[in-house]
Design a protein around this ligand. Structure first.
Ligand SMILES: *Cc1c(COP(=O)(O)O)cnc(C)c1O
Length: 488
């Protein structure tokens, strides 16, 4: 199996090389030349880790022992062996993706990506150490640190905007243990931080760092997408086991969407054979994808809103490029759309492509007020506590049920613990919110009785290990200095 760039099929890579590089040399994303079918009927009888190993082996067939990697990656890190439980809430189902070590859905992929990178380094015969650079607006940083700490052959530096992440998120990062991790605050906002990281990649592409190879943990890496396909199979298996559906029946999935990785994994599952019905793309007030799936026009020239679901505050959804590639199989066309986006800030797809998109995907959006109302309503009626991202999807799933439901179950993907966004959740329950975020966490617990995840409850007592704060102009010199140190 070969991987090829979405923008130029002639640019190919082995699966391991695609994982190591992350992005193709022309700026395109790596895609398998064909999506491999799997024997899904036998797969859904397996436990989650076996499912994961088999799906990943189908997509990354050059890895010699995927079973061992999967078991090592997930062992003891999630609350349960099934990783992602499916919970019935009213007449819907919630697929809980946040039961991992940092209480964010990114744990599903970032528990495994570091091992995929470390293994690929061996397979490709690379002696250099991999240095992972990540800019984070909050959630990705901690999940990446937790995934990479103490993984042989790798080191990781996470940059976050100084004062720009929540108190809980900051505490999660600055207390990170491990001999191969650095966390550094940058004076500036998230965009400055992300731009800084991109500049470091560009600078180091020209003059190589001796003994070090840079890579990134962000969601365009195929090694991050692949582990996410698994939970669609797992949810389907649970619905069969509970008797809610028969093998072969359709299931709809409603996904709180930002960079389009999570929902795209659902489309991969469908192309691999799973009977997925509609994939419902849920957005917050940053509704660029709702407009796109309704009209075929993607236009990033719009106001950026900061919402209570910050991980979905995104105007350029990178993984959408992979969907365009799958549906058109036309690399020159995809390249032209992406050039339009870069140069003019917008593009419009053909009528034929829009028809194909709408045959698979539904969409909807929801502002902060409606998300808060949903948190309150689901709590009052079902005693289930959603975080604001999940609430967006729950709200959109309700709209979907009213307009085009066909009796098939709707699974809402839940991407964060409510305790990661305690202020928004507590205020949605009509309670007063104190200044100190840890106290808010305690108040939310007192008000609902829902247990606080252990990793979050323990944070206040942990030692702060990372205190670096730098100016944004100094990010490159910081990386060069740290890369030169043999021991951190
Ligand atoms: C990253 C994230 C999302 C968005 O997922 P994509 O794969 O980027 O679409 C949604 N919710 C939470 C809590 C996240 O951390």
């Amino acid at each position: 199996m070969k991987y090829q760039s979405t923008r130029n099929r002639a640019l190919t890579a082995s699966p391991a090389a695609a994982v190591l590089r992350g992005i193709a040399p022309d700026g395109g994303l790596y895609m398998p030349e064909a999506i491999p079918p799997v024997d899904w009927q036998s797969l859904i009888k397996e436990d989650t880790l076996t499912m994961s190993a088999r799906i990943l082996s189908a997509l990354l067939p050059d890895y010699p022992d995927m079973d061992a990697l999967v078991r090592r990656g997930y062992a003891g890190k999630f609350e349960t062996e099934e990783l992602t439980p499916l919970v019935k809430v009213g007449d819907r189902y919630v697929l809980e993706l946040f039961r991992g070590p940092t209480s964010a859905f990114k744990d599903v992929a970032l528990s495994l990506l570091p091992l995929l990178i470390s293994e690929a380094r061996g397979m490709e015969g690379i002696a250099d150490e991999m240095l992972i650079l990540t800019a984070t607006s909050g959630d990705t940083g901690k999940a990446a640190l937790e995934g990479f700490h103490d993984v042989p052959g790798t080191r990781i530096i996470v940059f976050y905007p100084h004062g720009g992440v929540s108190a809980v998120q900051q505490a999660q990062m600055v207390t990170q243990e491990g001999g191969n991790v650095k966390v550094c605050a940058v004076c500036g906002n998230f965009d400055d931080t992300q731009t800084g990281v991109k500049k470091i990649f560009a600078a180091c592409a020209e003059k190589n760092l001796p003994g070090v190879r840079l890579s990134s943990a962000n969601s365009i890496n195929i090694g991050r997408l692949a582990p996410q396909i698994v939970y669609y199979f797992k949810a389907y298996a649970d619905l069969v086991r509970s008797g809610r559906i028969q093998v072969g029946d359709k299931v709809h999935f409603c996904v709180p969407t930002g960079n389009f990785g999570d929902i795209l994994a659902g489309y991969f599952a469908k192309r691999m054979g799973l009977p997925v019905g509609r994939l419902i793309c849920a957005s917050n007030r940053n509704d660029v994808l709702t407009e796109f799936l309704s009209t075929g026009v993607y236009d990033k020239r719009r106001t950026f809103y900061k919402t209570t679901s910050p991980s979905m505050d995104i105007l350029v959804s990178s993984n959408l490029e992979r969907l365009l590639s799958l549906l058109t199989e036309d690399d020159a066309y995809v390249a032209s759309l992406m050039a339009d986006l870069n140069e003019r800030g917008h593009y419009k797809v053909s009528e034929a492509l829009l028809t194909k998109l709408q045959a698979e995907f539904s969409c909807g959006c929801c502002d902060d007020r409606a998300a808060a109302e949903t948190i309150g309503k689901v709590w009052t009626e079902e005693k289930y506590l959603c975080d604001p991202h999940t609430a967006v999807a729950f709200h959109v799933a309700e709209q979907f049920g009213k307009t085009c439901g066909d009796g098939a179950p709707v699974v809402v993907l839940s991407t964060a613990s409510p305790y990661k966004f305690p202020a928004a959740v507590l205020s949605a329950l009509g309670q007063k919110v104190q200044e100190d975020e840890f106290s808010v966490m305690e108040d939310l617990h007192a008000c609902t009785g829902i247990p606080v995840p252990r990793n979050l409850a323990a944070l206040r007592e942990k030692t702060v290990r990372h205190k670096d704060v730098i100016a944004r102009e100094d990010m490159l010199s910081y990386v060069l200095e740290k890369a030169g140190e043999t021991q951190w």
